[in-house]
Design a protein around this ligand. Structure first.
Ligand code: NDP
Length: 332
């Protein structure tokens, strides 16, 4: 049974009708679909902006157009479908895997994709860390479970995912080498726990890694930069090391000959995506639990800035221009 019938059935949202630069985003008022029995209407209080939104907007990851944008938000349940027994109006919730369309003032989503927010987690912080924090969880705990004392190389270490990953890896007891794009980002990465920092726009990643690790190389590379760093990442691994390629901020990784992995030391490689690691309710809850437990240990979520929903274009511009450290959040 619906718990509220008074909510007006429209929302403001960002829509794209074609792919391209930030100017393709348009704010519109649109009619909300009526609730299916397993769905919930959520009033968004904060919307997370992620690099993947840029891949969607540009067309690198194709969407059916016209389309909304955005994968992550936090807010309050307004109305629940007739079969939803786990949530009621007023519940504080968030999500990171309910399909595109989070850049909106309110949205209808499947109840099964929502997680309940801890009381002490404010909406802005939640929107800054549900997608990135659960990404870090699966990368360091499940894709390649990092062991105490292992040496790890992390690209874009001062970014949104990066700063959370640095802190999480330090709590696992890893030695963290972070790559960053500027001296000011190097300072931020160090302040969050990086043991060594490489300025990859001016220094050779592989040479620095070999020097730092007495020639051995690292056990695992977490690479979200893609095209510009792929080869250097492979060259930084120790024998039988693992390459985790999880993003393409500089462009998609080139096609390569599988024999390369054998030539460079019997390497392992994987190209994971958050969606596969939180697809089941069990995995979503596990990931959220681990993230909330980490936050309770004092893991800092850096919010670079908050902007109104209408300024999503400016937020995209800043993220693409590599101007941000931490996460940008849109406030509907
Ligand atoms: P970030 O805040 O990390 O921003 C991206 C950063 O990438 C920039 O700040 C910049 O840092 C670096 N970068 C390097 N080269 C470029 C370039 N040519 N253009 C733009 N940026 C560049 O973003 P997010 O925290 O949102 O995401 C980080 C990465 O993780 C993204 O690649 C994203 O796609 C990926 N991701 C993957 C997931 C998955 O499951 N596979 C899930 C979530 C995120 P610097 O200036 O220091 O180089």
């Amino acid at each position: 049974m619906s718990t509220s019938k008074s909510a007006s059935r429209t929302a403001r949202r960002i829509v794209i009708e074609k792919t391209g630069d930030a100017s393709v985003m348009r704010l519109e008022e649109h009619a909300l679909a009526s609730l299916a029995s397993d769905e919930v209407l959520v009033e968004h209080k904060a919307v997370g902006l992620n690099y993947i939104d840029i891949y969607h907007r540009e067309g690198l990851y194709p969407l059916t157009l016209p389309s909304g944008l955005g994968l992550e938000a936090a807010g309050v349940v307004v109305e629940v479908g007739s079969a939803v027994s786990t949530l009621k109006a007023g519940a504080r919730v968030g999500y990171n895997s309910a399909g595109v369309g989070a850049y909106a003032s309110r949205r209808v989503v499947k109840a099964a994709r929502l997680v309940s927010l801890p009381d002490d987690l404010d909406f802005t912080t939640a929107a800054a860390c549900l997608l990135r924090g659960m990404t870090v969880e699966y990368l360091v705990c499940r894709t390649y479970p990092v062991q105490r004392g292992e040496r790890v190389l992390l690209m874009a270490a001062a970014g949104g995912v990066g700063l959370l990953a640095v802190q999480w890896l330090k709590r696992l007891g890893a030695f963290v080498i972070g790559c960053v794009g500027s001296a000011s980002k190097a300072l931020i990465a160090k302040q969050h726990g990086c043991d060594e920092v490489i300025l990859y726009r001016s220094e050779s990643i592989a040479e620095r890694v070999r020097a730092i690790t007495d020639g051995e190389g690292v056990a695992v590379v977490y690479d979200s930069v893609g095209a510009a760093t792929f080869r250097a990442a492979l060259d930084s691994l120790k024998e039988r090391g693992t390459m985790v390629s999880f993003g393409n901020a500089s462009g998609a990784v080139e096609k390569f000959d599988l024999a390369l992995l054998s030539q460079k030391g019997s390497l392992f490689i994987t190209r994971p995506s958050l969606l596969a690691y939180v697809a089941s309710r069990e995995d979503l809850e596990l990931s959220a639990e681990r993230l909330f437990a980490m936050l309770a240990t004092g893991l800092k979520v850096e919010v670079a800035d908050t902007l109104p929903l209408s300024e999503a274009g400016e937020a995209h511009r800043r993220l693409e221009a590599r101007e941000t450290s931490g996460a940008l959040v849109l406030l509907p």
